[in-house]
Design a protein around this ligand. Structure first.
Ligand code: NAD
Length: 503
């Protein structure tokens, strides 16, 4: 059986704790490989490699670091098909969707290609008599990223793209469920350096693992900053433990995004957008739209009828099936969790209009497939509404007014994304201004911001005060140093015992 190893100092780490996790093929349900699970000792080997690489990498001029990013982008593009197939084979999402996963990560690499420009500091000439003040952004040192299973290419690139470009050296701890693409990204980064005559060993390391490795990251004194993306309870744990250990931490958590459908919305477009956003990637997206809020009975009744018809057209298939809209979910346990939530929803009194639990794909009966499900009559207060399901389940919560529609996502525990569908600029503008959610779409179902803006939710969807990528990413991965400089011409001034001020 294939072993997926840690990638440390430019090569596979042969030393092993003997702890391994199984990697499944979600299409067949079979174990296809095993992955090393790091101990504190293996993590330490990666930290040492990253620490040794940091001085030379930080001293590499920004333009050369940008050239590495350009070359890395070229290599990832050249390997797009292989990366997407590898990603699909462990995650289960269809190959076209895996290409999107890689592409959205590459867009952050494109932002990182411009790092010499955005890294420029500030300068004030003559802040006082003969005094100039300037500030610069410097790298932190060895930093780490801990990522979830659902975007094994994009989310690592959100983090290391910016972190490395500004001069840090990086340890990536990807999800132990689909770790192969992160390793390939590490290899391609080394190749990018080699193609430019640069040795990048230790600049990007990949350490696999579970809670043990995460705790080792949080406790390691030489790791200066940790970026985390995953579920909210673990995000909160990482944020509290990491900050307690004196690290800079940002931790993005779970989501339950609402789509508000105003009576004047273009219903043809709504049905298509909702179908893709609720069921695409089997609902395993933090920016999926699992809750739909039609405003008014007429809107709700029409939407319900058309959604049921649309769901009937959906094709669920294996991840390499080019005709399939979505594939299996990531694991048998996750499939069961989704099925359990559907049962809870029924028990709570919501109306299960379409039940996807019995779906079986012929020839792949042991795969982790689940059909699309659709609930009507979901209400605040229900556990299935309050919690994240992270599967192909669409829940309809009927609202009587615009006010109620603003309130629902605003009062929900999560505040990652939200979308409003309307033809009224006034309603959209008011909604965007008032809703208590971090990312808002106006007739855009999945409002993931472009790479040069930033990504981040509110409430229990994010802990910490900086977002991912864009200028917020730059801030997170650097520290500011401010220099106040004077070049006296030989006159000695008296000692000053009061705080110096600029007169
Ligand atoms: P997860 O929380 O189970 O795992 C995330 C990371 O934490 C993984 O690297 C995992 O190895 C590690 N981990 C798992 N258990 C741990 C523990 N007990 N202690 C410490 N670390 C642990 O999340 P997942 O299932 O891989 O991903 C899905 C979740 O991620 C969903 O909740 C989804 O909404 C969220 N997500 C959020 C965003 C965002 O930007 N807000 C983006 C993508 C996914």
């Amino acid at each position: 059986m294939r072993d997926i190893r840690h990638f440390v100092n430019g090569q596979a780490l042969t030393r092993t704790s003997g702890r391994f996790g199984d990697i499944y093929n979600p299409n067949t349900g079979e174990v296809q490989a095993r992955v090393q699970l790091a101990t504190a000792d293996e993590l330490d080997a990666a930290v040492q490699a990253a620490a040794a690489a940091h001085p030379a990498w930080a001293a590499t001029n920004p333009q050369r670091r940008a050239r590495v990013m350009f070359e890395f982008k070229r290599l990832v593009e050249a390997n797009m098909q292989d990366l997407a197939e590898l990603l699909s084979s462990e995650h289960g999402k269809v190959v076209a969707d895996s290409k999107g996963d890689v592409q959205r990560g590459l867009e952050v690499i494109e932002f990182a290609c411009g790092i010499p420009h955005v890294l420029k500091g500030e300068y004030t000439e003559g802040a006082g008599p003969g005094i100039d003040v300037y500030s610069m952004r410097q790298s932190l040192g060895v930093v780490a990223g801990i990522t979830p299973f659902n975007f094994p290419a994009m989310i690592p690139m959100w983090m290391f793209g910016v972190a490395i470009a500004v001069g840090n050296t990086f340890i990536l701890k990807p999800s132990e469920k689909d770790p192969s693409v992160p390793v390939r990204l590490g290899e391609l980064m080394m190749e990018a350096g080699a193609n430019l005559g640069m040795d990048l060993k230790g600049v990007l390391n990949v350490v696999h693992g579970d809670k043990v490795s995460v705790d080792a990251i949080l406790q390691h004194p030489d790791i200066k900053a940790v970026s985390f993306v995953g579920s909210s309870d673990i995000a909160h744990y990482v944020y509290s433990q990491g900050t307690l250990a004196g690290k800079r931490v940002q931790a993005m958590g779970g989501a339950k995004n609402h789509g508000i459908i105003m009576p004047d919305a273009d219903m043809d477009q709504v049905v298509k957008d909702l179908s893709g956003a609720a069921f695409g990637s089997a609902g395993e997206r933090c920016m999926a739209l699992p809750v739909v809020v039609p405003v008014g009975k007429k809107t709700a009744d029409e939407l319900r009828e058309r959604m049921v018809a649309e769901i009937e057209t959906l094709k669920v298939g294996i991840s390499s099936d080019a005709e399939a809209q979505y594939g299996p979910v990531v694991s048998a346990a996750h499939r069961q969790k989704i099925a359990d939530y559907i049962q809870i929803g029924q028990d709570e009194g919501a109306e299960l209009v379409v039940d996807g639990r019995d779906f079986k794909l012929q020839g792949y009966e042991k795969g982790f497939f689940i059909g699309p499900s659709f609930f009507d009559g979901v209400k605040p207060g229900m556990k299935t509404y309050h919690e994240e399901i992270f599967g192909p389940v669409l829940q309809m919560v009927r609202a009587e007014s615009f006010e109620e529609a603003v309130d629902l996502p605003s009062k929900h525990q999560y505040g990652n994304g939200v979308a409003i569908f309307t033809r009224s600029g006034r309603a959209a503008r008011e909604f965007a201004a008032r809703v208590q959610v971090g990312m808002v779409g106006i007739n855009v179902p999945i409002p993931v911001p472009v790479a040069y803006h930033t990504f981040g939710g509110w409430k229990r969807s994010a802990f910490g005060d900086t977002n991912q990528h864009g200028m917020e990413g730059l801030k997170f991965w650097t520290k500011v140093k401010t220099v106040t400089a004077r070049w006296p011409e030989g006159d000695t001034e008296d000692s000053a015992f009061v705080i110096p001020t600029m007169r």
